[in-house]
Design a protein around this ligand. Sequence first.
Ligand SMILES: NC(=O)c1ccc[n+]([C@@H]2O[C@H](COP(=O)([O-])OP(=O)(O)OC[C@H]3O[C@@H](n4cnc5c(N)ncnc54)[C@H](OP(=O)(O)O)[C@@H]3O)[C@@H](O)[C@H]2O)c1
Length: 210
Amino acid sequence: MSKIALILGLGPHIGQPTADRLLSAGYKVATVSRTPRIASEEGTIHLTADFQDPSTVEPVFDQVQQKWGSPSLVLYNAAAMCYTGENPLSAPIYEFINVFNVNTTSAYAAAALVYQRDHQVAFFYTGNALNSMIMLPLATAGVGKAATAHWVQAAAKSEALRPARFYYLDERNQQGGPAGGGISGEAHANVIMKLAADPEQRDPLVLFQA
Ligand SMILES: NC(=O)c1ccc[n+]([C@@H]2O[C@H](COP(=O)([O-])OP(=O)(O)OC[C@H]3O[C@@H](n4cnc5c(N)ncnc54)[C@H](OP(=O)(O)O)[C@@H]3O)[C@@H](O)[C@H]2O)c1
């Protein structure tokens, strides 16, 4: 198995701690965000893309493939939302589409592409409780989380896709509510490392606490 990881959506909370953990575990780590960065550590590259446009996903995979090969571990960690206050139907349609593209369409494109290239991939999506919990101002984000939780569960259920594995990560606080601002990158990295090392597809909805 190639030790190549791709993190789509690099930021300080989850993306960077997971990238650091993967690098220390011997992975080559490609990261992506809208902000250009200089990847100074050996075994890392940083690419730019904006996943509001799903057509930006394939060139990212092409660049990683050209440099190292196809990733065996993918974390889709980019997210978007359009606050709608108490009226969940108030999002401008173009924003609704952009948010949905970031939370669902580009993630689906990434899962489909990496599976085509490596049937052994472990694919992770950072979700939250919104796939099953209604929070009015966050409805546009919840639509995308719920949709992605659906196709992740479908991919996990399909025996035809094994040995690939697909997971929706959902960190909760000690009371069982959304982790929110208390999110732990370290806890995400722990869960990802454990599931990536497990050749079996486990329950695709992964609820965990830090
Ligand atoms: N379980 C929970 O309660 C909980 C709590 C918080 C977050 N989360 C989930 O964790 C995930 C990441 O959250 P986070 O922002 O805190 O993590 P993060 O690792 O700090 O950052 C994610 C990065 O994704 C990049 N990104 C955002 N939109 C993008 C786009 N359109 N195209 C490309 N890259 C994009 C951003 O960097 P650039 O600005 O440079 O593009 C951002 O810094 C989200 O899915 C979120 O829903 C869950």
